[in-house]
Design a protein around this ligand. Structure first.
Ligand SMILES: Cc1ncc(COP(=O)(O)O)c(C=O)c1O
Length: 409
């Protein structure tokens, strides 16, 4: 059969591999210093704890259930463990408020599917997590800009804009802790403002808490869901849908995340999970439970110390090597630093040149903007930046940016 493009549903129109993806494929070459991939350092995976955890899951009496189909809600002891942790953060919930998903990415897909009809509007920050845009895009939405810290539009203006583009404003999506890609954390006041806006607009908030546990300094800020519960007295009366994940702390390869929200939303997500993949792998859920009970706190301490130091090194190198006119965020946690270049420097062109001449990689920022802006921004990930490469890599990048700036004059 030929001409596949003509046969796809309209929702497939926005599913395209970017040129940047092609460029980033080159990163396997050993001489490239990469600040591109936003992934955990595999040297920090708790492999021994998982070896024991899988052995336990497959031990006598457990092997049958571990290898069997299981319920769509997820493994109850794992949900209980998550509920306890969330309660410590001020999210008063029980296991009926939690569904296990295959990574938080699956949760974003389900939430797009649950809330967005074609031409509805999703409110997202600019920049926002690219994977969220990819997940939501399949449901053919429009986007409007959430600017909690810089002053949102009024609720009426958001609603009017959504109506003009043929649908309704359906939710606000935000990554409030050490965001991907900007590395920024939403202040307590901004979280309250966002809740005010969502209440006035009467829309849900999707709180993507992927990096929540990875704080290296500064004071913890309560999750938006905790603030929502404090306002409304009960999780079942809240509008915030909290997405968590084990990917950034224990392992992304097991593909385990969760959603915590009011029971009606969870019940709907369970039905969606049943229809899509029945449940997340039973044995992985059991092994994750054992590993989490065993070493979660220890693991978090280790990650905080290693990643915190890597962040410090990259920030110090930026200070040392970046020319005037370049600015960057100073994240209190997570994996990312967001760099703003002078207006006329294009991040994508800079990447092509950087790979060719300096052998340094990063992600150009434009793809993280639903409206195509942000051409003069780039994302640096420090999660894999060992002491040696942080200094060398940023020195080379600084040299290239100086060079490009001098050419522009
Ligand atoms: C902000 C954010 N949300 C969600 C995810 C998805 O993670 P996972 O599906 O592995 O839980 C990521 C991964 O990079 C992320 O950065």
């Amino acid at each position: 059969m030929s001409n596949w493009e003509a046969r796809y549903a309209t929702r497939a129109n926005r599913m395209r591999a970017s040129e940047i993806r092609e460029l980033l494929k080159l990163l396997d070459q050993p001489d490239i210093i990469s600040f591109a991939g936003g992934i955990p350092d595999p040297a920090l995976f708790p492999a021994e704890a998982f070896r024991k955890a899988y052995e336990r899951a497959l031990s006598d009496g457990q092997a049958g259930p571990a290898l069997q189909y299981s319920v769509s809600e997820g493994y109850a002891p794992l949900r209980e463990w998550i509920a306890e942790r969330l309660n410590d953060l001020g999210i008063t919930c029980g296991i009926d408020n939690i569904v296990i998903t295959s990574g938080s990415q699956q949760a974003l897909d389900y939430l797009g599917k649950l809330f967005l009809s074609p031409s509805d509007t999703a409110l997202v920050t600019s920049p926002t997590y690219l994977g969220a845009l990819q997940a939501f895009n399949a449901y053919e939405p429009n986007y409007d800009r959430l600017a909690v810290d810089q002053g949102n539009m009024t609720p009426a203006a958001y609603h009017d804009a959504a109506a003009r583009s043929g649908g309704r404003a359906k939710f606000a999506y935000i990554n409030p802790d050490f965001s991907n890609p900007a590395g920024e954390t939403l202040s307590l006041a901004a979280r309250e403002q966002l809740l005010d806006l969502a209440e006035e607009m009467d829309i849900p908030i999707i709180e993507d808490a992927a990096y929540q546990g990875l704080r290296y300094d500064g004071d913890a800020v309560p999750p938006i869901l905790a603030l929502d519960i404090a306002r409304n007295g009960d999780i079942d009366a809240t509008r915030t849908i909290y997405c968590g994940t084990f990917s950034k702390t224990l392992s992304p390869g097991l593909r385990l995340g969760w959603v915590c929200a009011a029971k009606p939303v969870i019940r709907k997500l369970v039905l969606m999970k049943q229809a899509a993949d029945l449940h997340s792998p039973t044995i992985n859920q059991m092994a994750m439970y054992h590993a989490a009970v065993d070493i979660y706190d220890e693991q978090i301490e280790r990650l905080r110390s290693v990643y915190g130091r890597r962040r410090d090194n990259v920030l110090a190198a930026l200070e040392k090597y970046m020319p005037e006119g370049v600015s960057w965020t100073r994240p209190e946690g997570g994996m990312f630093i967001w760099v703003t270049l002078p207006e006329d420097i294009d991040g994508a062109k800079l990447l092509a040149r950087s790979i060719e001449t300096e052998r340094v990689a990063f992600v150009p920022g434009q793809a993280f903007h639903a409206d195509g802006s942000g051409t003069n921004t780039i994302r640096l990930s420090f999660s894999l930046a060992s002491d040696e490469i942080a200094d060398t890599g940023i020195a080379r990048l600084g040299r290239l940016i100086r060079q490009v700036m001098s050419e522009a004059i």
